[in-house]
Design a protein. Structure first.
Length: 500
């Protein structure tokens, strides 16, 4: 892959740094952000945009100050149209629509700013083969001189069109930063550094997805929020810049390291029960302890202890729900929930997890409904959710979690089957631990949950409950753990979510 000719490429770089409103403090980084980006784009050693085809928009005062140059560029661009915005972003209206700030914008006056949907419409309709939108913007009301944020999910929804790549500075509920004393904002600074210095071990050119992965990796080492991307019809494969760090000998097939620092896990083992109708399950405590151990094992997952909560014998449903709520609040990459213990069906046929205080004759007030757990996960900002249960009727979890996006559910028993105990462990968890500890020969160095599920099926006895796997609105199957087998296949395809 080589850098394409840029004779028909157009770029519009917008920076709003000065504001009349006392509620929107100045962002001097915006001036420097657009000039730094233009310097890279027009550097023939790195990219190749023609200087006359790169338009600056400093401190737009009216919506047309932005819309007119973007409309003109969209009409002229054939290969690529690139739009970059740096400044405050405002949320307006009942739907909290994203608006781009102008110099005269007021946080409480949506008519004084530019609705992002206007810009999105022009970009969507542009004839350019590849359309790239990069946003480093702020979010009203919370604006300070060193804080900026954007509503990336709103942006993604409005730019859902083939051939378009969108890169945003932070998740929808996080604030980006433009730290005082630095030349550029945090996000744009890391982006420019990556474009200029290159990525060791990568190919001769850097695609948008390469830049995203490296910027995200660099920002993991900071307290800053992580950027997000939206990639339609492989627009992210566009080779924007040459790789200054390219060395043919340095390109390796080694998989990137997995980083769980922004992931959270809650492991629950409910093995002691006060009701005489519920026999104790010491195997469930053992299961939870061993799964917790596997999550902390750097050769399998690599969670830090403070990010992996172990709950043994929760006394009440509240003691089960509370750690879930705390972990869901913090998780950004992956949220993992594991439960081993008794479960039963309510009078309406819905799955209930049980705790020490559960009484079958008072299930409505003492049980822990799977639907309540699903409601907690619906508030999660994590990019993926993994729910694993070694409990009876686990196959019914798919019903409760149908509204949780990007959710994998791996259960030890079907909708109508009992989970079994094999010695000191649940039979399902025992098989799961075997796969985690020994790995899968011939598979990629990193495994996803489907790999694990299929391996467990291959070793399943016909007389035993068959594990169940369901995927709830999963958009892309991602790797979640390391393959401990010594016979891995480095060239096998795999998609990693949490690269270091």
């Amino acid at each position: 892959m080589t850098i394409p000719p840029y004779t028909s490429a157009r770029a519009v770089l917008i920076g709003t740094a000065v504001y009349a409103s006392p509620d929107l403090e100045e962002i001097p980084h915006s001036y420097r952000n657009i000039r730094g980006l233009a310097a890279v784009l027009t550097d023939a050693r790195l990219s190749g945009f023609v200087s006359k085809n790169v338009t600056y928009v400093d401190d737009p005062h009216k919506p047309e100050d932005i819309m007119e140059p973007i409309t003109a560029a969209a009409a002229e661009a054939e290969d690529v149209l690139l739009v970059y915005y740096s400044g405050h972003g405002l949320l307006a209206g009942d739907n909290s629509d994203l608006h781009l700030s102008l110099t005269g914008s007021q946080p409480d006056a949506p008519w004084s700013s530019l609705p992002f949907s206007y810009l999105a419409t022009v970009v969507r309709q542009a004839k350019a083969t590849t359309k790239i939108v990069i946003l480093d913007c702020c979010y009203s009301g919370r604006a300070h001189s060193d804080l900026m944020a954007d509503e990336s999910q709103l942006v993604k929804n409005q730019l859902a069109v083939e051939g378009l790549y969108c890169l945003t500075s932070a998740p929808e509920t996080k604030r980006s930063k433009a730290p005082k004393g630095e030349r550029y904002s945090a996000f744009t600074g890391h982006l420019l550094t990556t474009m200029q210095e290159g990525i060791p071990g990568a190919g001769p050119v850097l695609r948008m997805t390469d830049l995203y992965g490296e910027v995200r990796s660099r920002m993991r080492a900071t307290a800053f929020p992580l950027p997000e991307q939206c990639n339609k019809k492989d627009a992210g494969a566009f080779p924007l810049v040459r790789n200054s760090a390219y060395s043919p000998a340095a390109v390796e097939l080694l998989p990137p390291e997995l980083d769980f620092s922004r992931s959270r896990a809650v492991i629950i083992g409910s093995g002691t029960y006060e009701s005489e109708e519920l026999p104790d399950l010491p195997s469930s405590r053992n299961d939870a302890l061993k799964i917790h151990e596997a999550l902390l094992d750097a050769e399998i997952f690599g969670f830090k202890p403070e990010h992996c909560v172990l709950v043994i014998d929760p006394a009440t449903p509240g003691e089960l729900f509370e750690p879930l709520e705390d972990a869901v609040e913090e998780a950004e990459d992956v949220f993992i929930l594991y439960y081993s213990g008794h479960s039963t069906l309510s009078s309406t046929g819905h799955l209930e997890f049980l705790t020490r205080a559960t009484r079958p004759d008072r299930l409505a007030s003492t049980g822990a409904p799977a639907s309540v757990i699903a409601g907690i996960l619906e508030r999660s900002r994590a990019r993926e959710h993994v729910v694993i249960t070694d409990a009876c009727f686990g196959g019914r979890l798919a019903d409760a979690f149908s509204s949780v996006s990007d959710c994998y559910i791996l259960s030890g028993a079907g909708r109508h089957r009992q989970a079994l105990v094999d010695g000191t462990h649940g039979l399902f968890t025992k098989r799961l631990l075997t796969t985690l500890r020994t790995g899968i020969p011939g598979a990629a160095p990193h495994l996803n949950l489907i790999d694990v599920f299929l391996d467990m099926q291959r070793h399943n006895d016909d007389n035993q409950p068959t594990p169940c796997l369901s995927l709830g609105e999963v958009h892309q199957i991602r790797c979640l753990l390391r393959n401990r087998s010594e016979a891995t296949n480095p060239s096998a395809p795999h998609s990693c979510l949490m690269t270091a």
